[in-house]
Ligand binder design. Structure first.
Ligand SMILES: Nc1ncnc2c1ncn2[C@@H]1O[C@H](COP(=O)(O)OP(=O)(O)OP(=O)(O)O)[C@@H](O)[C@H]1O
Ligand SMILES: [Mg+2]
Length: 364
């Protein structure tokens, strides 16, 4: 696909959605703003109830914002009913018609749009090929597997060539292996069709492996938007650091900020360099985070020192839990090799080395 200048497909501007009234009032979305670029695989990631489905429903037009606006290629879409929006949804439940064949399900949206029969037939054939379901075209959707239903739901949503495809936890009903296969399949479909995907999941690994960019949501707010790398390596606040992967939290005094770096004095008295946001105000009791795989265990001295409390073997790697002399807990993740053991034992006095780019200061 030729490189295009970045263009926003969807802009969500100060959108709030309040359900109910009085005591029972719920702010499902609280002044949310986010822009989603054309051709992007964009993921909304957050725990149950944080407002992911609500945001999709507003974009699709199944519901209206209490405040704010949603623009599609710069145009306010509020006046457009769902079927007039160039947006389609793959629902978590798939919502296929069980007594109709695979092919008829895929062609359904085109029928509704009153497209000529020949065009529908050609487009359905193209979609069947795209999702590799040609062999089952005549089968009823009540007689195919969960993974196959998933493909039909995708094909049906893609058939009318929407500009934006909304996917609400489309893989959550599938078992682990099928889920992994469908993740690759979805990426391929997005790449081949060039359609903007807005994908919802509460699975952080799925979000990290599939997305161009991720918005991390909590309690009706978007906390951080960035590439998977940004979100994992440069979490801005505690919720993001904690929700995405495993991490170590250390209390530190922050001083001497310059060029996005700060001096962090740990409880152990050691100082390390940590990445920091420009807007951060130095303070004596901030939190720095260090991912377990970015620290190294040593029998010599390190920036931190402590005693090995527990060793957990995971096959590919080993997690070593250390009780620091400061009273804090710290986990180091070490890649396993063919040679036996991780080189440490419970009760060992150890040092922990923290690399120059490993620590990040949180804003809260
Ligand atoms: N129609 C409604 N009436 C009242 N409250 C609602 C309604 N729809 C959603 N909510 C509330 O709004 C909040 C956000 O719901 P939403 O369905 O967007 O969450 P979600 O992030 O999709 O969660 P999940 O991962 O469980 O699907 C929740 O507190 C929910 O109970
Ligand atoms: Mg939901």
């Amino acid at each position: 696909m030729p490189d295009k200048p970045d263009r926003n497909a969807i802009e969500v501007v100060n959108v709030s959605k309040i359900f109910g009234s009085g005591e029972g009032q719920v702010a499902a979305l609280d002044t949310v703003s986010v822009s989603i670029r054309e051709n992007e695989f964009f993921t909304l990631l957050g725990p149950s109830g944080c407002g992911k489905t609500t945001l999709l429903r507003l974009i699709a037009g199944f519901d209206f914002p209490t405040a704010g606006e949603i623009l599609l290629y710069g145009q306010d879409i509020a006046p457009l009913p769902p079927f007039k929006r160039p947006v389609n949804t793959v629902f978590q439940s798939y919502a296929l018609f069980p007594h109709m064949t695979v092919a008829d399900n895929i062609g359904f949206g085109l029928e509704m749009l009153g497209k000529p029969k020949a065009e529908i037939k050609a487009r359905v054939a193209e979609m069947l090929k795209l999702v590799k379901m040609e062999a089952l075209a005549g089968r009823r959707t009540s007689q195919i597997s969960g993974g196959q239903q998933q493909r039909v739901a995708l094909a049906r949503a893609l058939a009318p060539q929407p500009k934006v495809l909304l996917l609400d936890e489309p893989l959550s009903a599938l078992d682990y292996k099928l889920r992994k296969e469908m993740q690759i399949e979805l990426k391929r479909l997005q790449h081949e069709t060039g359609i903007t995907f807005i994908f919802v999941t509460h699975d952080q690994e799925e979000a990290l492996t599939m997305s161009d960019r991720i918005a991390v949501m909590s309690s009706g707010k978007i906390l951080q938007v960035g590439s998977p790398w940004d979100i994992y390596d440069k979490p801005a606040e505690r919720f993001v650091a904690d929700f995405i992967g495993e991490t170590n939290f250390l209390t530190a005094a922050i001083s001497e900020m310059a060029n996005g770096k700060a001096r962090a004095t740990l409880k152990s008295g050691a100082t390390i360099e940590a990445t920091v946001a420009q807007s951060f105000q130095p303070k004596p009791n901030a939190t720095v985070v260090v991912r377990p795989e970015h620290a190294k265990l040593t029998k010599a001295k390190g920036e931190l020192s402590g005693t090995v409390e527990n060793i957990v073997y995971f096959g590919t790697d080993t997690h070593i839990h250390v009780h620091l002399d400061s009273g804090e807990l710290f986990t180091v993740r070490q890649q396993n090799t063919r040679s036996a053991g991780c080189g440490f034992e419970k009760g060992d006095a150890v040092g922990i080395l923290i690399g120059s780019d490993a620590a990040q200061v949180l804003k809260d």
